[in-house]
Design a protein around this ligand. Structure first.
Ligand code: ARG
Length: 465
């Protein structure tokens, strides 16, 4: 290292080393070391660009690429020693290459800035995380589809306001979660297309005079395209913000599935029980089997939402160009990706092993209120205006309640008087569900059609670039 500072890459212009507390504030190695392999990859693509531009001989390029790979190996195996003066992973890797190669290492950073490098690394890292999340989401949808197929005809009370509303099938309800996750898959795939843009070559803000070819570099790194504007290239954090928005939505979906699992497995419903492998005991109460997996899926959504809010607040009002504020984009991005990667397989496992109590769900369908809408609709089929049918049905229920009787106790005459002669046969969850022949409804046929469509969507989903 040259210069009179504290050993920093930029020390030439400085006469004193950074104050220790300022250095501590700026140092990002604790979190950005996760970008090391991406930084090496970007470094190798960059030295090839320097060679193409005639600034490095093939031998020099080979030596630099080898040194970069070597440093990457050391970091991967935990053998790398970060220097106190290393500010971030980018400076640590460049410093280590220079330690190995001396003057040749000092050629590495020509035409490159940490401003374009850091976003190149982060895009590479996040695209890889996106592929893992895509796989996790696809696996979860696949589990939901399989469980839905098993329970295409299992009747249960559908609820609104968490109160019994109308009979549905369990398969229909499970697929409702599946459709939500399929939209997450689509969102992450669309995000990946936009994110697959290489910023390398943008330099600090204004590219360079060195004749580098950003398109070639983009292709070498597997990006779809290179940046179109160097200022945008170093300023753009849409790809982080959008990822976090998509992640927050997906985490919300996971939390809602967790909420259903917690509810279905509580003692008041007991429609399902979590496998022991996905439950936890209590440190004090020996009888307990708690739904912590489901609850954490619910609770973890809060931090992912907060990650989105943090990066949104970070970017709002920030002028274009690189600012050190932008260093704060990484921890929320890593946190959201890590959280999804934790929750997705845990919930998939919990759903795959969940034991449903079909008999308990069917028994709950004895609640007669579930059929009130069907009775009103039977009147509508006979030409009664719906408002009147609603009122007549409501009045019947009110009268029966005051008499302490149930719909099941009505005789044929009473049903005829009400206007629905086969009313007694309608108090049946299978009949109720079967009568819903519309596509998108809870019938067995609809569940099959939906399951096929969802499975096909997952199988044909675009490959994340
Ligand atoms: N550690 C920095 C970050 O994460 C890298 C870029 C630093 N660039 C600079 N000009 N100080 O954003």
């Amino acid at each position: 290292m040259t210069g009179s500072g504290g050993g920093q890459l930029w020390a030439g212009r400085f006469s004193v080393a950074p104050a220790p507390e300022a250095h501590a504030l700026g140092r990002s190695i604790a979190f950005d070391a996760r970008l090391a392999q991406d930084d090496v990859e970007a470094g190798v693509a960059h030295v090839r660009a320097l060679q193409d531009a005639g600034l490095l001989t093939p031998a020099e390029t080979g030596a630099l690429a080898e040194a970069l790979a070597d440093v990457g190996e050391e970091i991967a195996h935990g053998r790398f020693v970060f220097d106190d003066a290393d500010e971030d992973v980018h400076s640590a890797i460049e410093r280590a290459v220079t330690d190995r190669l001396g003057d040749l290492g000092a050629k590495l950073h020509a035409g490159r800035s940490r401003n374009d490098l850091v976003v190149t690394d982060l895009r590479l890292w996040m695209l890889a995380a996106g592929r893992r999340i895509d796989a996790g989401l696809a696996a979860l949808v696949t589990v939901l589809v399989a469980r839905a197929r098993e329970h295409e005809a299992t009747v249960m009370p559908g609820t609104t306001h968490a109160r019994f509303a109308q009979p549905v099938t369990l398969g229909h309800h499970l697929l409702a979660h599946g459709w939500a996750f399929s939209r997450d898959l689509e969102r992450f795939a669309e995000w990946a297309v936009r994110t697959s843009t290489s910023p390398l070559g943008a330099g600090a803000i204004a590219t360079s005079t060195l004749g580098l070819d950003p398109d070639m570099t983009a292709a070498r790194l597997g990006f779809h395209r290179a940046f179109r504007n160097s200022i945008d290239a170093v300023s753009d954090r849409d790809f982080v913000q959008e990822f976090l928005g998509d992640a927050a939505i997906s985490a919300t979906h996971l939390s809602r599935l967790g909420a259903d699992l917690a509810r279905w497995t509580d003692e008041s419903l007991a429609w399902a029980s979590l496998d022991e492998a996905y439950s936890t005991g209590s440190s004090m109460m020996p009888q307990k089997r708690n739904p912590d997996t489901a609850e954490l899926a619910r609770g973890k959504a809060a931090r992912v939402g907060a990650d989105f809010v943090a990066v949104t607040a970070l970017l709002q009002g920030l002028p274009l160009g690189y600012h050190r504020d932008l260093q704060e984009d990484k921890e929320p991005a890593f946190d959201a990706a890590d959280t999804l990667e934790l929750v997705l397989p845990a919930l998939a496992g919990a759903v795959a092993t969940l034991r449903f109590d079909a008999a308990a769900m069917r028994a709950a369908c004895a609640s007669e209120g579930l059929y009130a809408t069907d009775l009103a609709e039977a009147l509508v089929q006979d030409g009664v205006p719906f408002r009147e049918a609603h009122e007549r049905t409501g009045e019947l229920l009110k009268r029966l309640a005051s008499e302490g009787r149930a719909l099941a106790e009505l005789d044929d005459e009473e049903w005829a008087a009400f206007g629905v002669p086969d009313g007694s046969r309608m108090l049946d969850p299978d009949a109720s569900v079967a009568a819903r022949t519309m596509p998108g409804g809870p019938s067995v046929e609809s569940v099959r059609t939906q399951a096929d469509a969802l499975a096909a969507l997952v199988a044909a989903r675009p490959v994340n670039p």
